[in-house]
Design a protein around this ligand. Sequence first.
Ligand SMILES: [Zn+2]
Ligand SMILES: [Zn+2]
Length: 255
Amino acid sequence: MKSSKIIISGISIVALAFTIYSCSSSDDSSSTDDAEGTATVPTIFSSSYKSAVTLSSDGTSVTLKSTGVPDHVTPYWGVGNALYEAQTTGQTVNPGNLESQVFVMTIPINPVAAASKEETSLGPIGMALNGVAIYNDREGGNVQVDAGTLLSFDRAGAHSGPGGLYHYHFNGDFTSDDDAKLIGWLRDGFPIYGRKDADGTYPSALDTNGGHIGATAEYPDGIYHYHCLNVNYMSSGFYVLKAGSYYGTKGTFTF
Ligand SMILES: [Zn+2]
Ligand SMILES: [Zn+2]
């Protein structure tokens, strides 16, 4: 009897080891399953993000993975690409084409206000619904986008930087245009919208972080959310997506 118990234990260990191996191997796949956890991804994320973004959840946070490349035309695809679009007159495209990235952003499902607000910094501060990185209004040296840099933007309000990392600083033809469209989520788990609210009006009392609490199409019961800054940036026709500090506590974004 004793020896048969040992055999059963041995089989269990093999089965357990196989289960662990199976899980880790599925983590390496690019399927749209719950690779980072076994919890169901809240519908608000799965119905908003495009299929280029892989979503998973551990029940308290959502992890978003993307290659960061746009699903629309831009000069930054480079000549020969099906989504290449020639630069417009006067535009000075940055050197180098956009390149595929490995973006992993993890944000809380139920974000809360941070006691002390952290300033956004250079690099990705959020992810648009198509998987493209959202940046603030700063460029290298942590200075605001200037007139020269403005010329490098495509009509999506984006350009690419070192490593071919394509990113949105502004709204544009493919995110929002004077509307209340959901653009994506920032690293603190709060959503960002176009310049208008769902009722078609411009919000009038945004806080210093560029947001307020109110109902949106995706959150009819109300949530804190950001809006694009309703200022025509240096008469460029672009509107800064996000400047200043996070309202909540930022999650991770590796790239
Ligand atoms: Zn930039
Ligand atoms: Zn609003």
